[in-house]
Ligand binder design. Sequence first.
Ligand code: SAH
Length: 470
Amino acid sequence: MLLTVTTTHQPATDLGYLLHKHPDRVQEFTQSFGTVTVLYPEATVQRCTVALLLDVDPVRLARSRGRNAPDFSLAQYVNDRSYAASSLLSVAMADVFSTARSGRCDSRQELADSAIPLEIEVPVLPCRGGPAIAHRLFEPLGWTVEAEPVALDDAFPEWGDSRYVRLRLSGVVRLADALNQLHVLLPVLDESKHYWQGPDEVDKLLRSGEGWLTTHPDADLITRRYLGRRGALTRVALARLAELGDEVEEAVEPAEDEEALQPAEKRVPLNAQRHDAVHRVLLELGARSVIDLGCGPGQFLARLVQTPSFTRVAGSDVSTRSLQHASRRLHLDRMSERQAERVQLFQGALTYEDDRYAGFDAAVLMEVVEHVDASRLAALEHVVFGAARPGAVVVTTPNAEYNVLYDDLVGMRHPDHRFEWTRAELAEWSEHVGSTYGYAVELHGVGDVDDTWGSPTQMAVFTRAEGSDD
Ligand code: SAH
């Protein structure tokens, strides 16, 4: 199995820094199912290509899993694994280039953060659904896709095409994104994930999908195929994608094999319900100026901007990548001057005082507090409630009690959550913050109510007590 990545970004040999693999060396890495060799067939200033070769050892592959592994059979020994790119290549690539996938590169951080010209080639890729599906999955991510079917036998064209394609992608993409996209999409195209999956597969998928999966028009198809049609896992993943707050309206359509588990009526995604609830509260409060603190990729911000009664709208986040997404979503570059005056977007950490947070009728902290270390929460409370002091603060956060209703959810709803509160814990925190900073608080549930466990999301609405300021 072979995969090559080429760049023409000069000096092209910097690819070695980005991948943490020296262009002059041939390196071998042992995997439980075979050996990976990384080498550079071409390494000049103009053009540099890295090749990742995976040599699968079918015997080791079979032994690396117990007899109880779900697909223990002769097929483990007699199959196309040694020749065709597949989930194994994806796993090997993810492992060997793990630092590159995280986007970290101490010696070339700026380059690691930049989109650079890339060409990726996988000469033999199992692709269920043929070239069309390769186009459909990679094109929305900005790639130019060439996918040629590989003939069953060149000598007998009448036999037709095999289920393999030769895939060539070219585009200007951040290397970490490209590697993460391949890591997810190669097994998705193969659709026969032969690797054993645990519940942490969902975490892995969400981590690899960060920044591109939630906005992909085929997010549901990708999630379903990646998780190998394991209904329960897929459901958790889709719920959590919805939690991440991007467009996944399509993604919550239940799969055929899950229909029995889902109520017949079409559900409104949780993030949409959350947006509705907070939007309604802001209107009821009569807020004119609103700041969305920790706005992420700006989905709720877009909703605020579309509401004419909000005369000033701001969004801030600590993540510059999220802000780039938000800026694109809001078309900030194409806004009329009048609109642009109404909308501000800026980078900032909520644990540091910042004058730009001040002067708003209302602030929103939607699904943000649980991303802040418990030890830094007091700093955030001071910055928001003590220093910025908006007229109202609307906080939403997961209700930890509700998690028992997500089958197969192990741990918290998102790998970056530092904690998730029960209803009593949110009540206690809200009480403490309200009394320290002079805010009255009301608590609400958002989303479908379970008699025992409450709603999936909880919301605290703080209003500044009369006379506590100015
Ligand atoms: N409010 C958005 C995004 C929630 S995800 C929504 O509901 O869809 C949490 C966001 O909080 C992320 O975008 C993260 O970058 C941001 N965040 C986490 N810690 C932060 C901090 N200390 N300061 C500012 N933003 C922070």
